[in-house]
Design a protein around this ligand. Structure first.
Ligand code: FMN
Length: 182
């Protein structure tokens, strides 16, 4: 996992190559293997491969979602918010796990934030998607994950770019020094 994390970057540009059905099944398995609070599994996942629908979903927000149109797959991560008070955390974990699984399978992906984002002055991004996908009102939308074969190369973060200053040792006043054994 650490080797995968060392390569991990958000990928927003994809080739036209389709994702093999067996690979899509692995991605779905990864979603369903995510941990959730009290094992409630509040999520609902909408797997989208319809080009027209991907195009419409890519317009969910004014900024930061347009590249979904070029993806081979979009996973809309939702939850029945009435079943758990921590569905946001649960959905976030499922989202990152499917992204890491995509990376492990040679695919690129990017998280598209939907919760708390707007479609336009009158409509939230969530309402736009609820209408488009026929989601009931209590089914909330956390994110969309765009996935495809990468059509861009992004340099991994170098070790010296990691924000070790955000890490403390035992007490907030005490910085953590990389390699610190004290
Ligand atoms: C909670 C969350 C929301 C994000 N929302 C978006 C988004 O709406 N659109 C987008 O292009 N990238 C989005 N990203 C990706 C971040 O922009 C990206 O992870 C960050 O810039 C660091 O780049 P890297 O992932 O390549 O290391 C989101 C990431 C997270 C974790």
């Amino acid at each position: 996992m650490i080797e995968l994390l060392r390569k991990r970057r958000s990928i927003r540009s994809y080739t036209a190559e389709t994702i093999a059905p067996a690979t899509v099944e692995l991605l779905i398995e990864a979603l369903l293997r995510a941990p959730s609070s009290r094992n409630i599994n509040p999520w609902e996942f909408i797997v989208v491969d319809d080009r027209e629908l991907l195009s419409k979903l890519s317009r969910a927000k004014e900024h930061g979602s347009a590249f979904l149109e070029g993806a081979q797959l979009g996973i809309v991560v939702c939850a029945d918010s009435t079943t758990s008070d921590v569905w946001v955390e649960d959905c976030s974990i499922a989202s990152i796990l499917v992204q890491m699984t995509a990376l492990s399978l040679g695919l690129g992906s990017c998280w598209i934030q939907i919760r708390q984002r707007r479609h336009d002055a009158k409509c939230s991004a969530e309402e736009y998607i609820q209408k488009l996908l026929g989601l009931p009102e209590h089914v909330k939308v956390q994110s969309m994950i765009s996935i495809g074969h990468p059509d861009e190369v992004r340099m991994p973060l170098r070790s010296d770019e990691l924000e070790y200053f955000k890490v403390k040792h035992n007490h907030f006043d005490q910085p953590w020094y990389p390699g610190d054994k004290s």
